[in-house]
Design a protein around this ligand. Structure first.
Ligand code: FAD
Length: 487
């Protein structure tokens, strides 16, 4: 608590920074304010990317966890719903707050909106203080040697590395200023209506613990037991080889500076070459997140438009039924179906399977990557505009540093290589469980007696492939031939 506060009452506006540790807006507010009103606003501002169903589920539980952490420290979270500018202006007027603190966001709509909010509050004599909680390096602070934004990952990563040593997280404040009186209680969490109306979220509840404590557990579990295997295991959907930190990072229950610091500390205590290598591999993935935010900031149109403009002329198919088969995990291609069912059930999908499912949609099915990005947006608990845009454009071959279009993932060989014993496929496709490994990734090629023995009737209890892999690959390459010469 400040010895003599420079601001009597302040508002702390929580957004995608739902944590108390390494939260610079919170630190600054604690330093400056005598009374502090922490608020979360469920925004109704116009934004084409309002959170999807799985993200809303996560948000509900994350807000509950944040409120509990604030209450343990004598504060509490004030919940509102509406336009952010109006909510903040009204709250400042009723609480007598003279300052608002927040951590910056990087999505195009949020950036424009934040600028307008700041201008409006300033006009009312309210000061605004913004900080960086979400990234290791902000996009406007990192350019290539020509002074331009990076479009290729490797030089971006190389230039980021020397900057990492100077990055240190902030501590959790030891005490929080009290809440000003007389603002009512705001809305209850239930009144925000974030939870689904019918009960489809059991899988999410079993898999995740939203909130700062859950994020800390995931990071500790990675560092203490699994980091050493990360370089090999990170490509294996049948193993829990990755951190599963993505939703925690998206909602800011854990910041990348904390991950970096804990990784460095862990490395200092275990000087093995294997661990150093594993730590570097992991950091490199975190740097993809930085790269994605860098691209979204510098190329904000890429949420809807391909960075490689030739793809605006690609002959995409309009095939609602096939799209639906993909969404439901009923394409007849086991690795794609397993991934889409994992997504539906847990709100998450392994990165390798995301690449395969996205390649299959945009190349084999020829359906616009935007349709896939929208479905992921609604169903992923880690739906993140920067990472999702990069992931889809990269896989579809039209983004920054993208996979070349002709690199079309073969879902059969991918399954055989990365799920060699079929554990992942059998887990998500129990109807195929009795098929021998040899045929599991390509049941349509299995001899009739093998299918009968495994009790599989293609087109009945498991779909026949909705498209032929070879023919659809050739069609995709034909589409590429049509556009690749466009300048
Ligand atoms: P780990 O391997 O443990 O990596 C640690 C962290 O690094 C992740 O939590 C994530 O924040 C970051 N990271 C890892 N890989 C990437 C990557 N390729 N791009 C950007 N950041 C990365 N990630 C999201 O967080 N949200 C999305 O909406 C999203 N959509 C995607 C869509 C497609 C089509 C593809 C191919 C990838 C997408 N990704 C997305 C990236 C990646 O699949 C996930 O970040 C990763 O699977 C999360 O699992 P993890 O936390 O166990 O990863």
């Amino acid at each position: 608590m400040p010895a003599s506060p420079s601001t009597d009452t302040a508002i702390l506006w929580f957004r995608q920074d739902l944590r108390l540790t390494d939260n610079p807006a919170l630190q600054a507010a604690c330093r400056d304010a005598g009374k502090l009103l922490p608020v979360y606003i469920l925004e109704t501002d116009p934004d084409p990317w309002t959170p999807g169903a799985a993200s809303r589920w996560w948000l509900h539980h994350s807000l509950a966890a944040l409120d509990a952490a604030l209450r343990e420290r004598g504060s509490r979270l004030h919940l509102l719903q509406g336009r952010a500018d109006e909510c903040l202006e009204t709250l400042a007027a009723t609480s007598g707050a003279t300052a608002v603190y927040w951590n910056r966001r990087f999505e195009p709509a949020a950036l424009t909106r934040d600028r307008d909010i700041e201008a409006g509050l300033k006009q009312r004599g309210i000061t605004c203080h913004s900080s960086n909680a979400a990234l290791l390096v902000e996009p406007w602070d990192h350019f290539n040697q020509q002074g331009k934004p990076y479009r290729v990952f490797t030089p971006f990563w190389r230039s980021l590395q020397p900057r990492l040593e100077a990055i240190v997280p902030q501590r959790r404040p030891s005490a929080l200023p009290g809440v000003p009186r007389g603002n009512g209680h705001g809305l209850s969490l239930e009144e925000l209506g974030l939870l689904p109306e019918y009960d489809w979220d059991a899988g999410l509840r079993n898999e995740w613990q939203p909130g700062e404590a859950g994020a800390g557990k995931r990071l500790r579990s990675l560092l203490e037991t699994r980091l050493i295997q990360y370089p090999e295991a990170r490509d294996r959907p049948d193993d829990e080889g990755t951190s599963r930190l993505s939703p925690h990072l998206h909602f800011g229950e854990l910041g990348p500076r904390q991950v970096l610091a804990q990784l460095m500390q862990h490395r200092a205590g275990h000087r093995s070459a294997g661990l150093v290598r594993a730590g570097e591999q992991f950091l490199r993935q975190l740097a993809w997140r930085e790269f994605a935010h860098h691209l979204l900031y510098h190329f904000p149109e890429t949420t809807d438009k391909p960075l490689d403009r030739r793809f605006e002329h690609f002959p995409w198919s309009n095939a609602p039924e096939t799209l639906r088969a993909w969404q439901r995990g009923r394409t007849g291609i086991p690795l794609v179906d397993a991934g889409m069912r994992e997504l539906w059930h847990t709100g998450w999908m392994h990165n390798r399977v995301r690449m395969v499912a996205a390649s299959y949609l945009s190349k084999n099915l020829g359906i616009h990557w935007r349709e896939g990005a929208r479905w992921f947006w609604d169903t992923l608990v880690d739906a993140d505009l920067a990472n999702n845009t990069l992931g889809w454009q990269w896989t579809a071959g039209c983004g920054a540093d993208a996979a070349p279009f002709f690199r079309i993932f073969n879902p059969v060989t991918q399954a055989q290589k990365f799920d060699p014993h079929g554990r992942y496929l059998r887990r998500w496709l129990p109807e195929l469980a009795r098929l021998p490994d040899k045929w599991l990734a390509r049941p349509w090629e299995a001899p009739t007696e093998v299918l009968a023995e495994a009790d599989i009737r293609l087109g009945d209890n498991y779909p026949a492939p909705v498209v032929d892999l070879k023919a659809s690959r050739a069609r995709a390459l034909g589409g590429w031939d049509e556009i690749k010469g466009i300048s």
